[in-house]
Design a protein around this ligand. Structure first.
Ligand code: UDP
Length: 448
């Protein structure tokens, strides 16, 4: 276990955020922060997860911890350490909680014992820095095993889960059978999506708190017009020759509408089917954008699914292939990667997210924040974010490629006013998915 030292949020950044949400919301936020501070009564709100970098939870905690502190709420962040065996078990638990039914993901004899023993020892280490008035927010399956060791030493332990499935599978049931007994003594559980609260936890006090995005992060900050062309060139979306990490048949036609999906190369993101479905969309161009698989050598699945995409791209009729490209963004500088994603999302006339399953779907939130129209599968948190026809378009059956092509064409062909969808999408994110929503929800959680 180690404690993460997050740099303080500059007062000017906090004030820019307060201006962005306007005076009424800023008052509500500051009032909630005062009530939360009183409730903590000298204690600290601790977030605990299993990594300081990589993944949506770490990205969010880098923002939320300084944000709470900038509003006067004592907040800190600790990370549990682990050896390869521990992380192997947590990877299985995560895949199962996402519904995997593959034998390779099942728990093996001894896995759970090793996991609980390891986290019991980590709980002992955490106790050395915790005070009796502290309240814990433990994130995801990597921390569930801390609950038994910590529930009696602090003023509260809540477990917050960022993964889930819309309908249970044998895999998700296996995960919950393992995790539920460990969570018995939690004061409550929190999910990002209501449909993801499993039956096994139905007797708990449960709350729904979606993730939030930070408008001033490199991924979301406004990009000055003079920086955009250079960034787009590096995404393989400029008028010149594309960089070597882009698979393309010639430059993009800047006059044609651009459709973008940004995702990890993963089965559930269904990137290869986006390519196939796109063949029925006239005129528009498509860019599938993901991380360079070579930069994540421990994730062989991404390399596999990128190869599946490459094969699907190669098999496209030449006329369609010329309108599509695969982009593997460099990952050695994460802020730079985030700015490239930012530029690509802003350049898109339409963002798609044709996932087969989804936790929350932050790429959708990011695109909506940039006032882009989005076509997303009606799965996981995408269905919560998009109100069909108002703040985006939902694809009811993510396997229906003809319906996908129709929705895309409605926007790229102009039958649907994409700009109006985009404006309402941004307003939706402004209203529901910025960090003040998190602080208000956490205050509600601890004060009721
Ligand atoms: N992302 C990125 N670079 C990439 C691909 C994805 O920064 O090349 C980011 C994306 O912008 C989003 C996150 O990874 O912030 C993915 O989150 P999401 O909830 O959409 O899906 P997950 O990958 O967690 O299933």
């Amino acid at each position: 276990m180690h404690v993460i030292d997050t740099p303080a949020m500059p007062p000017a950044t906090r004030d820019a955020f307060l201006t962005l949400i306007g005076p009424e919301r800023a008052d509500r936020l500051q009032d909630a922060a005062r009530r939360l501070r009183r409730r903590l009564d000298g204690g600290t709100l601790w977030h605990v997860n299993s990594t300081a970098a990589g993944g949506g939870v770490a990205e969010m905690l880098h923002v939320l911890v300084p944000f709470y502190r900038a509003l006067g709420v004592p907040a800190r962040w600790a990370v549990v350490d682990g050896d390869p065996a521990f992380f192997d078990t947590t990877k299985r638990l995560g895949n199962l909680a996402y519904g995997s039914v593959q034998d390779a993901d099942r728990l093996r004899p001894g896995d759970l014992d090793g996991y609980t023993r390891h986290l019991a020892a980590e709980a002992e280490r955490l106790r050395t820095v915790l005070g009796p008035a502290d309240v814990l927010l433990l994130h995801d399956h990597q921390t569930a095993g801390l609950v038994p060791g910590l529930s009696s030493v602090t003023a509260g332990v809540h477990w917050r889960c960022h993964v889930g499935v819309d309908a249970p599978t044998p895999g998700s049931r296996e995960a919950w059978a393992a995790l539920a007994p460990l969570l018995e003594k939690a004061d409550g559980v929190v999910f990002s999506v209501r449909r993801h609260i499993p039956e096994e936890l139905a007797h708990h006090r449960a709350a729904v708190i979606p993730p939030v995005l930070w408008p001033f992060a490199p991924k979301n900050e406004p990009l000055p017009a003079d920086r955009l062309p250079g960034l787009l060139e590096r995404c393989g979306l400029g008028p010149g020759d594309a960089p070597g990490y882009v698979l393309a048949d010639g430059p993009r036609d800047p006059a044609a509408p651009l459709v973008v999906q940004v995702s990890r190369w993963d089965r559930l993101k269904d990137m290869h089917a986006v390519l196939t479905g796109f063949a029925a969309v006239p005129d528009a161009h498509l860019a599938l954008i993901g991380p360079d698989p070579a930069s994540i050598p421990d994730d062989v699945e991404q390399a596999h699914w990128f190869e599946v995409c490459r094969a699907a791209w190669t098999a496209l009729p030449p006329g369609v292939r010329r309108r599509t490209r695969l982009v593997c963004l460099p990952m050695h500088d994460l802020d730079d990667n985030a700015r490239l994603v930012n530029a690509a999302q802003r350049a898109a006339g339409l963002v798609v997210q044709k996932s087969l399953a989804e936790g929350f779907g932050l790429t959708v939130t990011e695109a909506m924040w940039k006032a882009r129209p989005v076509v997303g599968s009606a799965v996981g948190g995408i269905a919560d974010q998009i109100d069909h026809g108002r703040t985006g378009l939902l694809l009811d059956d993510p396997h229906d490629l003809a319906a996908f092509a129709r929705l895309v064409t409605d926007v790229t062909g102009g039958a649907i006013d994409g700009a109006a969808l985009g404006r309402r999408a941004r307003a939706r994110v402004h209203g529901a998915y910025l960090p003040d929503s998190d602080l208000l929800a956490v205050t509600g959680l601890l004060l009721t």
